[in-house]
Write a protein that binds this ligand. Sequence first.
Ligand SMILES: [Zn+2]
Ligand SMILES: [Zn+2]
Length: 134
Amino acid sequence: MSSRTRRSRQRERILELLENERIHVTANWVYDQLRGEFPTLSLGNVYRNLNILVDQGEVIRLPFGSTFDVYEACREPHCHFVCEVCGQIEDVPMPRTLQRKIDDLVLETGGHSVSKTTVEFHGTCRSCLEKQVT
Ligand SMILES: [Zn+2]
Ligand SMILES: [Zn+2]
């Protein structure tokens, strides 16, 4: 009972962290943030809790990050820009009208019904571009 309470308390804090920070995080980052607060926390706990949150639809696991999974709190749909130089992931807003146009295109050209759309941009981020210039 007590261990179950502690686990869900950890999960609550993980979700809070993702919602408040509003960034794309790795399990390692979450672990570093919370291990002072939960002395019994392990990286395995963090992964387990993140996976439960993903199953519950509270958190999204992003399909990039070749070595580490990247997570973010679930919120309004958006696309991602991934920097090929520094690996930074940035949110790109996706207007609903544009989203609908893309989904319609899939329906019109292939007759497929879309339930989820993921758009990914790859390139060089602004701060890496600035570094190249100077
Ligand atoms: Zn970059
Ligand atoms: Zn995002």
